[in-house]
Design a binder for this molecule. Structure first.
Ligand code: ADP
Ligand code: MG
Length: 372
C-alpha cells in the first residue's frame, strides 16, 4: 500500500503539488492522468525518491520512505520511462539482468529470470541480440522486463508507450495489463491519454494544476466526472456524446487480430494469452477476412501450417456509421447467441468489436437514465 499524506512541492515560488492525499492499495493498476504540466511526473518521482517533497510524507506498507535508504528503495520499485535507454553494449539478457546482478543473484537465477520474462512477451529468441537489432516496440518491451527483473512489488511507468505507433502501443498495453494481473504488481502508470487510462486502470487518479480532481474507477469516472475538465478528457467516452446511436460509440477498439499466413500454433498461443476463443483474421493489407476459432484449431490444426484454411465468414459485420440498433438486436437474439459483431472501416480494415457487454451497458442506460 502506498500512502501520500499532505505532499506539497514548489519550484521557487511556484507551487507544483498542492497537498496531495491518496492511498493506493496493493495489486492495483493505477493510472495518473491530467493535462501536461499538472504534476504527474513530479508526483511519480516522489515515490522512488528521485524528488523529495517540501512537506508531507509518503508511506509504503506503513513505512515512511524518508527513513529508507534511497538505493535500496529504488531496487524494490521498478521504473520505466518513455526513453527507455537500454545499454547499447549489453545484450537483451544482460540489459534485463542489470538489477538482479547488482543484487548479486547468481548466474543460474539470472538466466532463469531472463528466460521467464522473455517468454512472457514471446521474445525468447532475442536474449543474445543487442538493442540496435530491435524495433522500438521490442526495445520498450525489454525496458519493461528490466523493470520487472528483480520482482519489485511496485512498478512506476511514466508514459512508457507514448513514443510508439498506435498498433504497437495497443499490443504493449495488452501485455502490461496481462503481466500486471499475472504477477499481481502494483503499477502506477502516468498517461495523458484517456483511452489508455480507461483500458488499463483499476483506479484513475485525475490531476490538474498540482491537485487531485478525482480518484475513481474507469466506470465511475465515466458515470460521474467530477468537473468539466474531466468530462472534456473523457470526451467521446462520456455520457452526452454516447447518446449517438452510431455503432462506433459502442465498440471497443482493442481487438486481437492475426494475419492469415500465421501459424496455427502461434494463433492458439495468442488465444490462450488473451483468454479468447476466437481471433479475427486479416490479410497483408489488414483487410478483414473472417475469424478462426479454437474449436477448429483443435480439430484440424495439426495438419496445417497456416490458419488460412480455417477462416470462417460466419461472424456478423457492420460498418462504421451504421446504426447500432441492428447489431444490438442481433446480439440480443437468444437463438443466434452471438457474442460480438465485427465493425469494419470503409476500406474493410477492422475498426473494432461490439460485444454483448456494450449492449448491456446501453440497455441499462436507456432503462435507468444516466447509468453508464
Ligand atoms: N526542475 C523544475 N524546475 C522548475 N519547474 C519544474 C521543474 N520540473 C517540473 N517543473 C514544472 O512543474 C510542473 C509539473 O511538471 P511535471 O510533473 O513534469 O508535469 P506532467 O508530468 O504532468 O506533465 C510543470 O509546470 C513544470 O514546468
Ligand atoms: Mg510528465
Amino acid at each position: 500500500m502506498i500512502q501520500f499524506e499532505h505532499i506539497s512541492k514548489s519550484y521557487g515560488k511556484t507551487p507544483i503539488l498542492k497537498d496531495l492525499n491518496f492511498t493506493i492499495p496493493d495489486g492495483q493498476f493505477v493510472v495518473l492522468i491530467g493535462p501536461s504540466g499538472c504534476g504527474k511526473t513530479t508526483t511519480m518521482k516522489m515515490i522512488n525518491r528521485l524528488l523529495e517533497p517540501d512537506t508531507g510524507s509518503i508511506f509504503i506498507d506503513g513505512k515512511d520512505i524518508q527513513s529508507e535508504d534511497k538505493v535500496s528503495l529504488r531496487r524494490h520499485i521498478g521504473y520505466v520511462i518513455q526513453q527507455i535507454g537500454l545499454f547499447p553494449n549489453m545484450t537483451v539478457a544482460q540489459n534485463i539482468c542489470v538489477v538482479p546482478r547488482l543484487l548479486k543473484y547468481d548466474k543460474d537465477k539470472c538466466d532463469e529470470i531472463v528466460t521467464d520474462l522473455l517468454k512472457m512477451v514471446k521474445m525468447e529468441q532475442y536474449a543474445d541480440k543487442y538493442p540496435s537489432e530491435l524495433s522500438g516496440g521490442q526495445q520498450q518491451r525489454i525496458g519493461v522486463l528490466r523493470a520487472l527483473a528483480a520482482s519489485p512489488p511496485i512498478v512506476l511507468m511514466d508514459e512508457p508507450f507514448s513514443a510508439l505507433d498506435p498498433m504497437t502501443r495497443e499490443i504493449l498495453q495488452d501485455e502490461i495489463k496481462n503481466i500486471q494481473q499475472k504477477l499481481n504488481k502494483t503499477i502506477i502508470f502516468v498517461s495523458h491519454d484517456m483511452d489508455e487510462a480507461l483500458k488499463l486502470a483499476d483506479i484513475i487518479i485525475f490531476m490538474s494544476k498540482g491537485k487531485i480532481v478525482q480518484i475513481a474507477s474507469p466506470e465511475d469516472m465515466l458515470e460521474n466526472p467530477a468537473n468539466e475538465l474531466v468530462r472534456d478528457f473523457l470526451g467521446k467516452h462520456s455520457s452526452e456524446s454516447q447518446e449517438s446511436s452510431a455503432i462506433e460509440s459502442f465498440m471497443r477498439t482493442s481487438v486481437q487480430s492475426m494475419r492469415k499466413d500465421r501459424g496455427v500454433r502461434e494463433c492458439a498461443e495468442r488465444m490462450a494469452r488473451y483468454s479468447v476463443d476466437t481471433l479475427l483474421v486479416i490479410d497483408e493489407e489488414k483487410h478483414y477476412l473472417g475469424t478462426v476459432s479454437i474449436g477448429d484449431i483443435r480439430h484440424w490444426g495439426k495438419e496445417l501450417t497456416s490458419i488460412e484454411p480455417l477462416i470462417r465468414q460466419t461472424a456478423r459485420t457492420a460498418r462504421i456509421g451504421d446504426d447500432a440498433k441492428e447489431s444490438f438486436d442481433y446480439l440480443l437474439d437468444s437463438e443466434v447467441n452471438a457474442s460480438y459483431v465485427v465493425v469494419l472501416n470503409e476500406d474493410d480494415t477492422i475498426a473494432g468489436l461490439v460485444t454483448k457487454t456494450s449492449v448491456a451497458r446501453s440497455v441499462a442506460e436507456t432503462l435507468w437514465g444516466d447509468v453508464k
